[in-house]
Design a protein around this ligand. Sequence first.
Ligand code: COA
Length: 432
Amino acid sequence: MQKQFNPVSAKEAVRIIKSGDRIFIHSVACAPKILINAMVERAPELKNIEIIHIHTEGDAPYTKAEYDGIFKLNSFFVGSNVRNATQDGRADYIPVFLSETPKLIRQNILPLDIALVQISPPDKHGYCSIGTSVDCTLAAIENAKIVIAQVNSKMPRAFGDAQIPIKNFDIFVEHDSPLYTSPCTEPSNTEIQIGKNVASLVEDGATLQLGIGAIPNAVLSQLGNHKKLGIHTEMFADGLIPLVEKGIVTCEEKKLNKGVIIASFLMGSQNLYNFIDDNPGVAMMDVAYTNDIAIIRQNPKVTAINSAIEIDITGQICSDSIGTKHYSGVGGQIDFNRGASFSEGGKPIIALSSVTKNGISKIVSTLKVGSGVVTTRPSAHYIITEYGIADLYGKSLQQRANALINISHPNHRENLFKEARERFGWNRIYSF
Ligand code: COA
């Protein structure tokens, strides 16, 4: 029987929260601000509330120092809104493959009391859409004891796993507000050069995954002469739309979900959110599906394009921390890196600028103390900077060092060679 759609105020809705609850918050653009604020207003009556989410946009008021002992965030990804709190120890981070975030919920390793989510109004068949973020939110909706939903007519009606019967939600709060948007910045000259280098490896008919950060959009901007590209990714941003409009992304060569763009969450402008609204050409799926290596590998020429913070000359790739300071998370980097490696003609790529904006080399002889090795040496294949491409796969440590130093920033090469000579005992001109 269809559940009664009987909206209440945000204040009334969050009355059900009690001390000791574990609460999930909908991800990225869908963080339901009105419910979050109403929950935080109840702070004086509550204690020991654990908050769980992947990356969210907007404020995260529950991480403020004044709520110590009341709210504690354990996130699956450290976004910019919780970075200071995580680095200061007020919030914490759970290292987990993005593909396995739903498993932590479904297998009751992290049982949920409450989920705060955002949905579209029900359609004529009684289905609501969780729009731009299905990720692990679907698992939260299926498993939380109580699901409180902000019903927002601005939430795009997306297909795939985003369609959820209204009976799966318990408490409704009607409130229309724009979803959070993320600015799409113009790529720098360095990023464009990196994009060109990556594009030179992308074959026609490839299935692309694009990770988080500035470089994926720069890559997309360089694919204007490609043909029959497919998309099976955990996320995408605005850079994809022109390629769909120009008929470059068709998904026709994909073996799985032929003709359909597969993603799990979006981060971008309102234009991006409009793009998926009522669009049967895009399926927003559970991240346990999009990021399953056994699923990813079924498509041909999977080309996984992700970024990193630092890489040592043997191919250890740090992507989630700057030394001991947690910066982001593991995300789906390993899921797609391995999926691409197993795919026929697949190419796992890590693309990064050779130096930071302060001129610090990202290619180093040893990682900073405390750096998180997200992608390990045997998983490293193509590393790309603005200076070229290093193919590490099947290469020895010394061959890798040589290849990586050759794509490092020229200002750092002499020093890197010196350190490599000391490390590997190169006392002659080494022939690679
Ligand atoms: N040493 C010191 N600081 C460094 C650094 C280094 N080696 N590398 C980066 N930084 C600093 C930058 O200066 C910048 O500082 P700012 O915030 O003050 O501007 C910041 O770290 C971010 O670097 P940037 O290169 O701009 O990052 P990005 O936005 O392009 O994202 C990652 C790069 C690696 C952080 C991002 O891709 C990520 O989180 N990856 C892991 C998860 C993943 O790959 N998921 C896959 C699919 S979503």
